[in-house]
Every structure is written in C-alpha cells, then in structure tokens.
Design a protein around this ligand. Structure first.
Ligand code: CA
Length: 398
C-alpha cells in the first residue's frame, strides 16, 4: 500500500459552563488532532495524535516533516513506516509531538490495513480475546479551583451517583488539587455515596512529592481504592519506586511516557504495577504492542490511558480486545487480570458526536467495533463544525 494524500484536522470546542479542573490545569475546551490518510487505491484511514497538549505542534510535525516522507515511501505498511519515521527523527524526536504525530499516522495506517483486508485491527494484531471490554468511568473532576466542603462534596456525590445510575460499576476520581486532608474528604464522600462494593480508582495527575503521595495513598487504601494513578511526576522514578514500596495499593502510570524506550526505564525502575500507555501518545498501535510485550515479561498489567476523540477510543478498544490476560487464569477478572478501558465522562463533543455510531455502555461493558480497521466511521459534517485548522498534502506523483 502507498499513501498519496495526508490531511490534518485541528478540532477545538469550548466547554463554557462545563469547564473543569484537574490538579494540573483548567480545562476550558476540548481539542483533538486528527489525521486522514488516503492510499493510491482510494482507501481512507483515520488516526489521532496527542492528548492534553495543544494540537498545533503535532500538526506541524506531520505537515512540515513526516507527511513528505510518508507519501514518498514505496511501502506504507505500519511497521515499515513506524521504523522509517522514528529512525529519521530520532535525533530531535524521541518524546513529545513527534511521537504523537507518529502515533496518529500509525493508527491511520492500521485502519487502512484493516479496511484493505476487511478485518478489524484487533484481529490483525493477534486476535480478539473479548468482544467487549469492561469500562471504568473517569469523572469526579473539580468544578472550581477552590473548595467549599458542603457544596462541593454534595455535588461530587451527586455526580458519581449519576455515573453509577448510568451503569458503571467502576469509577476513577481525581485527587491532588487540594490539600491531602481536603481531598481525603472527597475520597470519603465518594465511597459513602457508592457503597463498599463499588470499584474505585484515583488519579493525582502527578500532583505530589513522594511523602504527600504516601499520605494520600494511605487514605485511598483505607477506603478500598483499587489503584493510585500518577502519584508523582513521571520523571521522578525514584519517587515512584518509594511510593510503591511504602504502599499496598497498586500504583499506575505511564500516560506521559513515550515508546518502548521510555517504558523500559519506567518498568525497570520498579515504578508501577499497572502501565497506562496512551495509544495516541506512546507511538500508536505498532508501538503499544512492543510496550505490552515488555510489560508482560514483568507480569505487569496494561490498562491503556484514553482521552480525546472517538478515534482514540476506537483505537484503545481494538488494542484492549487483543490484550491477553495478565496473568492467565481460567476465569478472567476485570481489572485484576483482564484489561479494562477508560471511558472519560467529562463533556466532549469530539468523542460523543464525531463518529456515525455511538459507544454504548451495556452492563458496564463497551463493545469493540467489529467492522474493518478501527471499525468506526467519521461524520464529515462534525469534523467541519469543530475544525479550526489543518492542511492537505498530496503526493506530487498523484
Ligand atoms: Ca490520568
């Protein structure tokens, strides 16, 4: 297969009154960088690159550097292109927008390969262990940067109770914006709202030094939380290892890590029990398979991080379908040894409206699209509604 056209799409939509906060930032808008590739045979594939950061640097890496190499390549198979693009940008790439751009292109190439062979991506990368994946809802963000206990705890309890009513049996909330003592009150409020049997997870977005993380981790352990995500900054590998050695709760992380090389050091440092590569960040579908193989040699679980549009979620579902149990048991147990998928519940029209089909929660599970490639179709009218930039690069031979 050969690529003759590379289009990038910068999508942006303000959230207005639905603006929310994590420990790191205000989220006044949702953005996505999408890429659409077209082969010389007219087959189209979609990909997405990046997560929290601005989409424009990722767009520039594709438009100004990678697209020319992609349309010049005689064979645009995903593995061949991954190696070409990574090797020829290594001296200035390795992490950040270049790898996010390669991720977008790689996802689109797998979509194309699946459509060319009339097979789902999950089948192409090894087969479907499961047709649907248990979902955990991500919510419980902060609605303001301050803290008014009565109002905020009531609002949080109502929000998480709403997710439970929607059918979620597993939920991740945010910690880290407030003092540990005030965040502990949020943790207790959520546990009391949902009861002892509800599976709860917490995410600090690397808000803490290791001492504060251990203090927060003890609160989470006392209230039966099942993992503690990004307790300390991703570069602080010793801090991760210290937190992990002092706590019993599983430590998760990796959404800000890139390629098998980054995960090699993250895993070797004894940082985590659960790795969370983001497929739109870590190097795409090609690279996440290498990262998963590396994690499996350490008997670690992989639970992909998911943020962004419906393309990101479709790619994650295809990968989750193909993940083996970690480790194998006769009866899989979601989260304990069977992969689960992150299902962000904050408002995002780019996730909910972009595709012609919806991802529905049925008995707590999301179905893996069964069609060819990623198994989803993009609604061009929605792309145009939210598009604020992008470009269209064609092979000069076309
Ligand atoms: Ca996170």
């Amino acid at each position: 297969m050969k690529i003759e056209r590379v289009e990038t799409f910068v999508l942006r939509t303000p959230l207005g009154a639905d603006t929310f906060y994590s420990s790191q930032a205000q989220f006044p808008e949702r953005t996505s960088l999408l890429v659409r590739l077209t082969t010389t045979d007219g087959v189209v594939g979609w990909g997405e690159g990046g997560q929290y950061g601005p989409p424009e640097p990722v767009q520039s890496c594709i438009d100004d550097v990678l697209a020319g190499r992609l349309v010049a390549a005689p064979d645009a198979s995903p593995g061949v292109i991954w190696d070409l693009l990574y090797s020829t940008t290594r001296d200035y790439g390795q992490k950040g927008p270049y790898i996010e751009a390669i991720s977008a292109i790689d996802i689109a190439l797998w979509d194309i390969m699946g459509k060319t062979l009339n097979t789902s991506v999950s089948t192409l990368i090894g087969g479907r262990f499961r047709k649907s994946v248990k979902a955990y809802g991500t919510g419980g963000y902060y609605s303001s940067a301050g803290f008014v206990p009565g109002r905020d705890l009531d609002e949080l309890s109502d929000t998480v109770s709403g997710y439970a009513a929607d059918g979620f049996g597993m939920l991740k909330i945010k910690v880290g914006l407030l003092d540990v003592r005030d965040d502990a009150r949020r943790v207790i409020a959520v546990r009391e709202a949902l009861g002892d049997d509800f599976t709860l997870l917490a995410d600090a977005n690397h808000a803490y030094n290791s001492s504060s993380a251990i203090a927060m981790g003890r609160v989470l352990e006392d209230h039966g939380f099942q993992f503690f995500e990004e307790p300390v900054p991703p570069e602080d590998r010793q801090g991760y290892a210290r937190v992990r050695s002092r706590l019993d709760i599983p430590i998760a992380g990796g959404e800000a890590e890139y390629t098998r090389y980054g995960f090699r050091d993250f895993i070797a440092g004894g940082c985590v029990d659960i790795i969370q590569p983001d497929i739109c960040v870590c190097g795409g579908i090609s690279e996440v398979q290498r990262i998963v193989a590396l994690a499996s040699t350490h008997n670690l679980r992989t639970i992909p991080h998911v943020w962004g549009s419906g393309i990101a979620l479709a790619a994650a579902l295809q990968v989750c379908a193909a993940l083996p149990l970690a480790p194998y048991t006769h009866v899989p147990r979601p989260l304990q040894n069977e992969p689960v998928v992150e299902f962000d519940r904050t408002r995002n029209p780019l996730r909910d409206d972009l595709l012609t089909s919806e991802f529905e929660l049925v008995d707590g599970y999301v179905r893996v699209p069964a069609g060819a490639g990623l198994g989803v179709d993009v609604d061009p009218a929605v792309v145009e509604r939210y598009r604020v930039g992008g470009s269209d690069i064609r092979s000069t031979a076309a």
